[in-house]
Design a protein around this ligand. Structure first.
Ligand SMILES: C[S@@+](CC[C@H](N)C(=O)[O-])C[C@H]1O[C@@H](n2cnc3c(N)ncnc32)[C@H](O)[C@@H]1O
Length: 294
């Protein structure tokens, strides 16, 4: 594998560490690629760097995340300039002042959330990346009013502006179509030549797990069942897919939810290290599911 480019943000459920396993499910040739729940895009960037698909569609329901992708694609130089300013200001400050700067930038980001036009698009994208690099664990979490409320992390010298990687990601995204909304709106793009990687918010491992808390959008059993119907439709169209999800058997040996739901497909169990969790008991190695029709 050559030309490694990495995600420009840290994202809950990021797949960087599972790439070795996920790669084994790619079809030999990928000419058309779709990722309906793109998040940090670890698989996307792996596919773009190593398989060079001609047509690409990425999608996510989070408008700030999607704005960041659009600015990286269209205006990387302006974005880098804005991020350099934020980086210099933050890294040259004393710890107490850093906290103040973080809170100021978070307030500014929240104040801009209601502006959907182009006027603040670069500023919003650079604040989004800045907060992602300096907040606790790279979490994206909003309160009931929709305001981003993650506290500052404890990084000594966070890399806020990786200009080289941002330029590489921008080049790789050159021909990609970028949409914001529900995954179902990707259906029109998907045909028999498309490889689709689906990484939805995971079904929580237990009633108390807060793993889907980075998004106000619930993804419970009813949503998982609706997603399976979508997967049936793209399979009928002749597309190849791989889907990731949590393995319910980690917390309950008898929970066959996905084994039953996806009984007509191939299900593999792989070992993952879970890092984003508030509770120590949920850290450590867990099994995850890779579901395919190939
Ligand atoms: C598990 S994350 C994807 C992680 C990604 N594969 C990575 O490597 O970073 C799930 C993503 O689905 C998005 N999402 C949640 N509900 C959605 C929906 N109904 N349609 C599209 N995207 C959705 C979330 O915003 C989040 O970015």
């Amino acid at each position: 594998m050559q030309n490694q480019i990495k995600p420009f943000i840290k994202w809950a459920g990021g797949k960087q560490k599972l790439l070795q396993n996920i790669r084994t499910t790619y079809p030999e040739k990928i000419v058309r690629y779709c990722e309906p729940f793109v998040g940090g895009g670890a698989v996307l960037l792996d596919v773009l760097a190593n398989h060079h698909p001609q047509n690409v569609l990425i999608n996510d329901i989070n408008p700030e995340l999607i704005n960041a992708y659009i600015q990286v694609q269209k205006s990387p130089e302006d974005l880098i300039q804005s991020l350099h300013q934020l980086e210099n200001c933050f890294l040259n400050a004393e710890p107490d002042t850093r906290k103040q700067i973080y809170l100021e930038k978070r307030n500014r980001f929240n104040a801009l959330l209601s502006h959907s036009g182009n006027q603040y698009a670069i500023e919003k994208a650079s604040l989004f990346i800045f907060l992602n690099k300096t907040c606790f664990n790279g979490l994206y979490r909003v309160n009931q009013k929709g305001e981003y409320n993650v506290p500052m992390g404890r990084y000594k010298t966070p890399c806020i502006c990786d200009a080289h990687n941002l330029m590489n990601v921008s080049r790789a995204l050159r021909n990609a179509e970028i949409r914001c909304g529900d995954y179902s709106q990707c259906l029109d793009f998907i045909d028999r030549n498309t490889f689709v990687y689906l990484d939805p918010p995971y079904r929580p491992l237990s009633d108390t797990a807060s793993f889907t808390a980075y998004s106000p959008d619930k993804f419970q059993d009813a949503e998982q069942i609706a997603l399976k119907k979508f997967i049936d439709r793209i399979t009928e169209k002749g597309a190849k897919f791989t889907a990731s999800n949590s393995d319910p058997r980690n917390s309950n040996d008898n929970d066959d939810f996905f084994d039953n739901l996806y009984q007509n497909y191939h299900i593999r169990r792989i070992i993952a290290k879970r890092t984003i969790s508030c509770k120590g008991a949920e850290r450590g190695d867990v099994s995850e599911l890779l579901i395919c029709n190939g």
